[in-house]
Design a protein around this ligand. Structure first.
Ligand code: CMC
Length: 427
């Protein structure tokens, strides 16, 4: 293949370099396009725009491939711990025993949060959405942990603090929302076990760790750990590009993830399945609504910007969902509705023509329900899982020698210049 493409316009020619990734993905480097031609590119929703070069995650939407640092997500979901996956994403390689021990010690040492944070939680109105609270609280962490030490130490410590404290803060917010005593992290428990214990242990009913639930949480978090340049990760990169602190960048990622078209879909799926159940389980009606262009309704948990054949995460999640429900002896009627809905959708011409398949969120809510996580906290669970990815992507962008502040352009479609008219002359 030639290493440039030629753009011809008005009898002029410009050669634009071609960039090829390690998996053969092709891009046209247009960084000098405006300077050379006066043109910019227009790509609403950035569906054809590569915003960066990245060595973290590889996705192939046609073949249903997802790999973190080269390792298939299926293998990580089968064999890795969430901590190993986080280390892999952030540092680029799997940790050896010593590195993993050091990482665990750092996470444990940083897992407590400042007691004054509790006051913040107590003052949010009861009906506040946990994602709004989490986004605000992560931003507030900067005030509790102001800059200290060298830049390198500060970055390492901030990344560790986030990984360790966000999990504690999520469980803490749940306890406070119920009016219960906060449960602190324990050094003898793993990352996933600790979270479940902080959520469900009470002084009158000690939490008994359930292996199947711990494993389900591990897989859930690994599957959510990174997904290259999705909306929230792009938010982290864009906000981070202004060289704001990492807490603020992650806080903006959490805000983006909250949206129902993104991470908020896991909550929206359960709400949709519940509404179908309350409507007598009429799946065909939901499919008809999703097809109707005059109806804003979308089948939540279906479709993806990149995956056009299947979402590999959804396959793992469905298998894990079946195993978990069987192990916990739970018969969730919402899973029956989801299965029926999927069967109708996959045979429906609209869904076939639009390449719409179940995505990870179609099943993840049922898994979280089975573990006992309240629906309003589903997207918070996604955020804890996505943290290593956000941090890795932010770190990569900070270390990029070609770093630039993210500042897209636009095509202006407003009024041409006209003169100001004083108020007395406007009637
Ligand atoms: N139900 C009905 N129609 C849909 C759906 C859906 N779930 N998703 C896409 N379409 C249609 C859409 O109406 C459009 O039709 P047409 O071309 O005839 O106007 C076409 O498919 C393309 O849709 P789009 O919105 O341009 O596609 P996109 O790539 O911009 O959006 C998406 C991807 C995930 C936002 C979208 O599929 C969607 O809204 N899905 C439901 C929400 C959801 O499940 N989100 C979770 C995504 S996975 C978790 C994550 O990583 O965030």
């Amino acid at each position: 293949m030639e290493n440039f493409v030629t753009l011809t316009y008005n009898g002029s020619e410009i050669k634009l370099p071609v960039v090829i990734g390690t998996e053969g993905e092709k891009a046209i480097d247009i960084s000098n396009l405006r300077e050379k031609s006066g043109f910019i590119t227009l790509d609403t929703g950035y569906a054809n725009t590569g915003s960066c070069m990245s060595a973290i995650t590889y996705m192939d939407g046609e073949k249903g491939i997802l790999r973190y640092r080269g390792i298939p997500v299926e293998q990580l979901a089968e064999q890795a711990t969430f901590k190993e996956t986080a280390y892999l994403l952030i540092n680029g390689t799997l940790p050896n025993r010593e590195q993993l021990t050091n990482f665990s010690v750092m996470l444990n040492d940083n897992s407590l949060v400042h007691e004054d944070l509790k006051t913040f939680y107590q003052n949010f109105p009861r009906a506040s959405h946990p994602m709004g609270i989490l986004s605000s609280m992560v931003n507030a962490l900067k005030s509790f942990y102001p800059t200290l030490g060298t830049r390198e130490e500060e970055i390492t410590l901030t990344m560790t603090r986030l990984l360790a404290k966000v999990r504690t803060m999520a469980a803490m917010s749940y306890k406070i929302s119920r009016g219960h005593k906060v449960v602190y992290p324990r050094p003898d428990l793993t990352y996933c076990e600790n979270f479940l214990n902080m959520m469900f242990h009470t002084p009158v009913k000690p939490y008994e760790l359930n292996r199947a639930a711990v494993n389900a949480l591990r897989v859930f978090w690994i599957l959510h750990a990174d997904h290259e340049q999705n909306c929230s990760t792009s938010a982290v990169r864009v906000v981070g590009s202004a060289r704001v602190n990492l807490y603020a960048a992650i806080s903006s990622g959490i805000a983006a993830l909250w949206g129902p078209l993104h991470g908020g879909a896991n909550q929206a799926v359960i709400e949709m399945l519940t509404a179908i159940q309350e409507d007598g389980g009429n799946c065909k009606k939901a499919i008809a609504r999703a097809r109707d262009k005059n109806d804003p309704f979308r089948l939540m948990g279906f479709g993806h910007r990149v995956y056009k054949t299947y979402d590999p995460r959804a396959i793992i999640m469905k298998k894990m969902c079946d195993e978990l429900l069987a192990s916990l002896k739970i018969n969730d009627p919402l899973l029956d509705i989801a299965t029926e809905l999927k069967e109708f959708a996959l045979k429906d011409q609209y869904f076939i023509d639009h390449n719409l398949y179940p995505n990870i969120d179609f099943y993840s809510g049922i898994v979280l329900r089975a573990i006992g996580i309240p629906t309003k906290m589903f997207t918070v669970m996604f955020a804890i899982g996505r943290l290593p990815g956000w941090i890795a992507q932010w770190k990569e962008s900070m270390d990029d020698p070609k770093w630039k502040i993210c500042r897209p352009r636009q095509i202006y479609t407003g009024e041409k210049e006209y003169n100001f008219v004083p108020i007395h002359a406007r009637e």
